[in-house]
Design a protein around this ligand. Structure first.
Ligand code: ZN
Length: 247
């Protein structure tokens, strides 16, 4: 059984690391099986090549502790919610059977992020339809399956988070996973200096990453946190999650 517990889906090969890398590292360290799906190879990026970005994505996946990293091979800069794209993602949902899916928020600066949001919502719905027949990698018909929870991570645009995840213990490890994408982000001595400058390739990018994690951490009384948006109301089983027995 190839199933994963949590599947993080991104439009581009470094999206997941930046937006929910700490959350994934914590899950993997706790023994949960974490998987990643990148929808494009990032071939339209101003820096790096598809080959370099593939190697960087593999290195980052190892640093995050992900057991699998797939790529849908959709066109970078032109992700669209086609029947083929939805079916490709349905096959992955039914194959890996994730309980939780993390994906881009509905309103984003990059059109691909918004398209991946819609793609995931469509695949989530279609994946549960019994009469939608798909075939797995083994050639066998797949059973319908719907993940239990969909949560959006935060990218360029801010939203009012539904909850925050404390990533204080793993923040430095998250930074290392993002640094694996040295063709995209500023890593002194490693990043190429002769390629066009982008928002990510300036040293200030690291301040941006840290300031946001710090700010979210402050909001929940810890050092660093990542923020998420739930599409449906969230319940907790008991207030006892905030209770501690008398010493
Ligand atoms: Zn992206």
């Amino acid at each position: 059984m190839e199933r994963v517990d949590v599947l993080a889906i991104g439009a581009h090969p470094d999206d997941v690391e930046m937006s929910c890398g700490g959350t994934l590292i914590k899950l993997a360290r706790a023994g949960w099986r974490v998987g990643i799906v990148d929808c494009t190879r990032g071939e339209l990026g101003s820096r790096g090549t598809v080959e370099i970005r593939e190697q960087e994505a593999a290195k980052a996946a190892a640093l995050l502790g992900a057991v699998v990293r797939e790529n849908l091979g959709l066109p970078d800069g032109n992700v669209t919610v086609t029947l083929d794209a939805v079916t490709a993602l349905v096959r992955l949902f039914r194959f890996y059977r994730p309980q939780i899916v993390l994906f881009p928020p509905p309103f984003e600066r990059h059109p691909d992020h918004e398209q991946v949001h819609r793609l995931v919502r469509a695949a989530y719905f279609h994946s549960g339809l019994a009469k939608l027949v798909t075939v797995g990698p083994d050639g066998q018909p797949q059973s319908p399956y719907r993940p239990r929870q969909l949560f959006c991570y935060m990218q360029a645009y801010e939203f009012q988070p539904s909850f925050y995840v404390d990533i204080s213990d793993v923040y430095e490890d998250k930074v290392r996973a993002v640094q694996a994408h040295a063709s995209q982000v500023y890593v002194p001595g490693i990043s190429p200096e002769d390629e066009p400058e982008t928002v990510l390739s300036r040293p200030e990018f690291w301040e941006l990453l840290e300031v946001r994690a710090r700010y979210f951490g402050i909001r929940i009384g810890v050092r660093y946190a990542e923020a998420f948006l739930a599409l449906t109301p969230l319940g907790i089983p008991t207030l006892a999650i905030w209770l501690q027995p008398d010493p």
